[in-house]
Design a protein around this ligand. Structure first.
Ligand code: HPA
Length: 294
């Protein structure tokens, strides 16, 4: 039910199915209305690129010179924030490029809605964006990538089998995912990392719903399936971005070795404490990437 309501309030590609609310929902809105509202506050100059910030990476929003709009002022934007996220949309300049920084995301595990980020991404598109870089905190499954490191996603595994496009009535739902993680954006990010002398290995990210962490047996299974990192987000956003025609790349800030792979304690506090280590490198890479894009 939450999914159907979200689809309607997101003003997606023509879903008109009536539904009665199971719980209070934000007022109905659509991307065009929100875009006007945002442009009235932040100016109408088109945005080029969006950034979605993961756990503990929120300070990147403050690096932008521009207008910060609380999600609470944007009907239909995620209204429950997980600690370590900053529910603000910041529109402005980062290294000479006009960006839209989404300081918080809604995860599937919050309300069971895999399409929760459809409206923010549709707004990014309506603001003029053609690309989005998604960030997250993740656990590593490979000895080559450890806590404090970054990993660029070469591909992903949608282990949950959930999909934000279920219920989408148009043929646009049949989104090819063969090169979902945009080769050109990835090349640009790798080049930025190389120029800075920062390692940016690539790997496969597996979406595991959360909010509980994985068991060691599950991690052994995910390794067999070909995952290099595991986390609780990103995959629905990559699918939605491709659906909307946005180019997308994603970077994990590795906060821990996944369950059973080290003696280190795993938990959300640890994630929040470790994410800034990767975030400092991430900020340098993104700034360099934008300087080249400019
Ligand atoms: N598993 C899932 N999500 C995560 C992890 C993890 O080990 N670390 C940070 N986010």
């Amino acid at each position: 039910m939450a999914f159907i309501l979200a689809k309607i309030s997101h003003g997606g590609a023509g879903c008109e199915t009536p539904a009665s609310p199971a719980r209070p929902e934000p007022p109905m809105t659509d991307a065009a209305t929100l875009t006007s509202l945002i442009q009235a506050r932040a100016g109408a100059e088109p945005v080029r690129l969006g950034l979605i910030l993961g756990s503990g990476l929120g300070h990147l929003g403050r690096a932008v010179t521009g207008t910060a709009i609380p999600y609470a002022d944007l009907p239909g934007f995620p209204h429950s924030a997980v600690s370590g996220h900053t529910p603000m949309l910041t529109i402005g300049d980062l290294e000479g490029v006009r960006v839209a920084v989404f300081g918080a995301r809604e995860h599937y595990y919050e309300r069971g809605n895999p399409a929760a980020m459809r409206l923010p991404l549709a707004v990014l598109k309506a603001l003029g964006g053609d690309s989005v870089i998604v960030t997250n905190a993740a656990g590593s499954l490979t000895a080559d990538i450890g806590p404090g490191d970054l990993m660029l996603l070469s591909d992903h595994i949608n282990y949950n089998g959930l999909n934000p496009l279920i219920g989408e009535p148009t043929d646009a739902r049949f989104v090819p995912m063969t090169a979902a993680h945009d080769p050109e954006l990835r090349q640009g990010l790798r080049a930025a990392a190389l120029a800075l002398g920062l390692p940016l290995p690539e790997g496969v990210y597996c979406w595991y719903s959360g909010p509980s962490f994985e068991t060691p047996a599950e991690i052994r299974m995910l390794r067999l399936l070909g995952a290099d990192a595991v986390g609780m987000s990103t995959v629905p956003e990559v699918i939605l971005a491709r659906f909307l025609g946005l180019r997308v790349a994603a970077i994990s800030s590795i906060t821990n070795m996944a369950a059973g792979l080290s003696d280190e304690r795993i938990g959300h506090d640890h994630t929040k404490a470790m994410a800034p280590v990767g975030a400092a490198k991430l900020e340098r890479i993104l700034r360099h990437f934008l300087q080249v894009l400019r």
